[in-house]
Design a protein around this ligand. Structure first.
Ligand code: DMJ
Length: 568
């Protein structure tokens, strides 16, 4: 022991001697330096210290919530386990310290990951669809899952941008990172291509802005602003009502090739997105342009609040004798009256007044009951309001959710009652088909000429994987807490799984009436990823308020935006 102790003592004293010698050497060398050499060294050391401090402060600047998802293929159990990780840098790279649990800063919005087996089943469906898209259609607009190809509508990678926020909400970390990387490296709007203002606004602008709101990642805001600027020429019509199309490169806007008119729903379903763009850029020009459209349409004459489905961009007038419908080309006009009011924290009274008047008009002119079972539906008026047609597009099944949202925000109880009735009818459009999938259009029996309440014509029997009824199911579930809506959603999800799931994704089908031959159409639209699966995921959560409708307003493509400028 003593020997050991001595030995150590000797070693220590020798080390001290060496250290002292080194010190003396350094001091000598320092004295030999010229003044200029010394000040150079001082500068280098100062810069080094400042750099270290700078990067330290970046490291602690923010955290985003992500989900620790193993590469689990299609295993539904292989998702979940939310952890908070260090933020990715501007290039999407993680700077280390993964799995470190930290509090997210106030301005980044976090989601807790799936809480139920049904949510995991939806994630499994998303991954299956994504796998096919990634393999055969990456960077293109839509997957054609049967021919193993793709479809380009605008050539802007619609499916990627449209589903960024879905992946973020579901916590699909790897898929999200790859999609973000594509947006960063490949998404450009500097292309000589005509695009539709409405579709690009709701899917791409809305998609970018929503994920920007969640993540505060500047990449998305830069892309959104560039796109917004390229869409602005649409508003340079004589009236201010936008033209339907614009060339992103030449900035030339024009009416559709097939008609001099724009669709009413299209020119009135861009306001949530452009307003939010103004809020986050601080540039009012986007909101000013779309508000002018809303004001102009507010001033036009209507039939008890109901509007024809076409409007001329130059005259700013509705096309007389056009159809009145809550389906195609009319639907989201009514939706955005209410949602703009909600987005602006109930400050645009003239819009909510138009909405209330329109709901009264719907009840007066469009609502009827079927024979024999008295199912309530919303029909159409043709020829400028003269002829009633007992026909309802599946698109109209967004309406019960919107009506319930209005009632939740203080509008009449009668709106909620109509919502309840329409939920039953929309559910029946699914339940009465042997595939448990609704057709694109349903006709209703109002005169008792047949024994069935509803019927489907051969040309209307297709299902495009649309989301509208699932959207209403989720809204109703959140506002009532009633689990029946979850059960209905699960039945419909099984319909999608049984009849639309194919080897490389999910496909639209041509016939919901024949389970033995659904006639796959070889198309998976981006809204299946953006809306249908997102709403199903939200619907199956244990927490009805996983995405709180008192804090978020969803655009018509299911992209959540904040309610109120202060939350932007
Ligand atoms: C989506 O693009 C939007 O929901 C739009 O409002 C209507 N059509 C599709 C989905 O069906």
């Amino acid at each position: 022991m003593v020997w050991l102790y001595d030995h150590v003592a000797v070693d220590v004293s020798q080390e001290n001697l060496l250290e002292r010698r080194k010190c003396i050497n350094v001091k000598r060398q320092w004295k030999r330096l010229s003044k200029c050499q010394k000040s150079c060294l001082y500068t280098v050391i100062t810069i080094a210290i400042l750099t270290v401090f700078y990067y330290k402060s970046f490291d602690s600047g923010g955290a985003v919530i992500t989900v620790d998802v193993d590469k689990g293929g299609d295993d539904p159990d292989n998702v979940g386990n939310q952890v908070l990780e260090e933020p990715n840098d501007v290039n999407g790279n993680n700077n280390g310290n993964s799995n470190q649990v930290v509090e997210p800063p106030n301005n980044v919005i976090a989601f807790p990951g799936p809480s139920t087996a049904k949510q995991k089943a939806v994630i499994k469906a998303f991954r299956h669809a994504w796998k096919g898209y990634r393999q055969f259609a990456w960077g293109h607009d839509h997957l054609k899952p049967i021919s193993e190809g793709y479809n380009d509508w605008f050539g802007l990678g619609l499916s990627i941008v449209d589903s960024l926020d879905t992946m973020y909400i579901m916590g699909l970390k790897e898929e999200y990172a790859e999609a973000r990387d594509w947006v960063d490296k490949h998404l450009t709007f500097d292309v000589n291509r005509d695009v539709n203002l409405f579709e690009v606004t709701i899917r791409i602008l809305g998609g970018l802005l929503s994920v920007y709101h969640f993540t505060k990642d500047d990449l998305y805001l830069k892309k959104a602003t560039d796109l917004g600027d390229r869409l602005m020429p649409c508003f340079e019509s004589d009236s201010g009502v936008p033209y339907s199309d614009v060339n992103l490169f030449t900035h030339k806007a024009h009416a559709p090739k097939w008609s001099p008119d724009s669709s009413t729903s299209e020119v009135t379903t861009i306001q949530l997105e452009f307003r939010y763009l103004s809020w986050v850029t601080g540039d009012p020009k986007y909101e000013t342009a779309v508000l002018k459209v809303s004001r102009l349409i507010h001033a036009l004459e209507k039939k008890d609040g109901l509007v024809p489905i076409f409007i001329n961009a130059n005259t700013g007038q509705f096309r007389s004798y056009a159809t009145v419908t809550l389906g195609a080309r009319g639907d989201s006009y009514y939706e955005y009256l209410l949602k703009q009011w909600i987005q602006t924290e109930k400050s645009l009274d003239y819009l909510v007044n138009d909405y209330v008047e329109a709901v009264d008009g719907i009840r007066k002119h469009l609502v009827r009951k079927t024979v024999p079972n008295g199912f309530v539906f919303v029909g159409e008026l043709l020829g400028g309001g003269k002829d009633f047609k007992p026909k309802m597009d599946h698109l109209t099944c967004y309406l019960p959710g919107t009506l319930a949202l209005g009632a939740h925000n203080g509008l009449s109880r009668a709106h909620a009652d109509l919502a309840d009735d329409l939920m039953t009818t929309c559910y029946q459009t699914y339940a009465q088909q042997p595939t448990f999938l609704a057709p694109e259009i349903t006709y209703f029996n109002i005169q008792g000429e047949t024994s069935n309440d509803m019927y489907v014509k051969a040309n209307d029997a297709h299902n495009l994987l649309r989301p509208e009824f699932i959207e209403s199911l989720w809204v109703m579930y959140q506002l009532t807490g009633n689990a029946t809506y979850q059960d209905w959603g699960w039945q419909i999800f099984q319909g999608f799984e049984n009849y639309t799931r194919v080897l490389n994704g999910y496909t639209s089908i041509g016939n919901v009436r024949n389970p033995a031959n659904v006639r796959p159409k070889d198309m998976m639209e981006s809204f299946f990823l953006s809306e249908t699966l997102k709403y199903l995921y939200l619907l199956f959560s244990d927490d009805p308020k996983l995405l709180d409708l008192d804090k978020f307003v969803l655009n018509t493509e299911a992209h959540p935006l904040p309610i109120g400028r202060n939350r932007a």
